[in-house]
Design a protein around this ligand. Structure first.
Ligand SMILES: [Zn+2]
Length: 255
């Protein structure tokens, strides 16, 4: 019996042809390579995006691409090992990836984004691609599962490199997390910070460890629970998107 493959890089071209002949949807994980405090690996965002995307692909039968590992991360660059791609280059790279899929007939793409710094670019790109006949939805795991998340973690645990993110790492790749180095750090307020003001601050302006809030309370048990809830949400979304008619997803005419 032939195993159903869902990862693009594992398929041969005739297998890919067979998939694209029957399906117009694909999943694209994107992340970053940037500091996540002293306990977590630099790859946190792209490693999590990859796992979420691949698990969802297996459960839905939808094709999954390789993860795009580098993102828009210059605000973290003072911490060693951060790779920072400009918004322009990142947008072009993701666009070319989506256009390649479109060449083979894909018109619906679910971008699994694990790095908040990529969102503005991805949102702008998705609007442009819709005009070109490609409908892109963007999934971010940390606001998903809105009922479960506040039950598992406090607000101080839910920020960058905090217990929430660390717990997902502990569930998915525990050998890469060093909990002996986990820290809690209350971010410093900048004197110019106020409601209604946006400042061009970097992470280093606010924390010395790279952690915003509490990371020490992370646990693999919470991470597993959260991962399952995230996958349920994304599977639901992918299955819904699969059923949508393309004409209903395209830009509306002038009123
Ligand atoms: Zn992150």
């Amino acid at each position: 019996m032939r195993l159903l493959k869902v990862l693009l890089h594992e398929m041969s071209w005739p297998e890919a042809k067979e998939y694209f002949a029957k399906n117009d949807i694909a999943i694209l994980p994107v992340g970053s390579n940037e500091e996540h405090g002293p306990a977590n690996p630099l790859g946190t965002d792209h490693l999590i995006a990859k796992k979420i995307a691949e698990e969802t692909a297996k459960r839905t039968g939808v094709l999954c691409l390789q993860v795009i590992p580098f993102g828009v991360s210059s605000h973290h660059k003072q911490f060693w090992g951060t790779i920072f791609i400009s918004a322009k280059t990142f947008k072009k790279y993701v666009k070319d990836t989506c256009s390649s899929l479109n060449y083979y007939g894909v018109r619906k793409i679910v971008v699994v984004n694990s790095h908040g710094g990529n969102l503005a670019v991805l949102t702008e790109l998705s609007r442009e691609l819709r005009e070109e006949g490609i409908f892109v939805s963007i999934f971010q795991w940390w606001p998903a599962a809105p009922k479960l998340l506040p039950e598992l973690f406090t607000t101080e645990e839910r920020r960058h490199a905090g217990a929430e993110e660390t717990s997902v790492n502990l569930a998915l790749h525990p050998h890469l997390v060093n909990m002996n180095r986990a820290v809690n750090e209350e971010p410093r307020e900048h004197p110019l910070q106020a409601e209604g003001i946006t400042l061009p601050l970097g992470t280093v302006d606010q924390t010395s460890s790279g952690v915003f809030g509490k990371a020490k309370t992370a646990s693999a048990r919470k991470g597993k629970k959260l991962f399952e809830a995230i996958i349920d949400e994304l599977v639901k979304h992918v299955n819904l998107l699969k059923e949508q008619k393309m004409e209903d997803l395209m830009p509306k005419p002038k009123v």
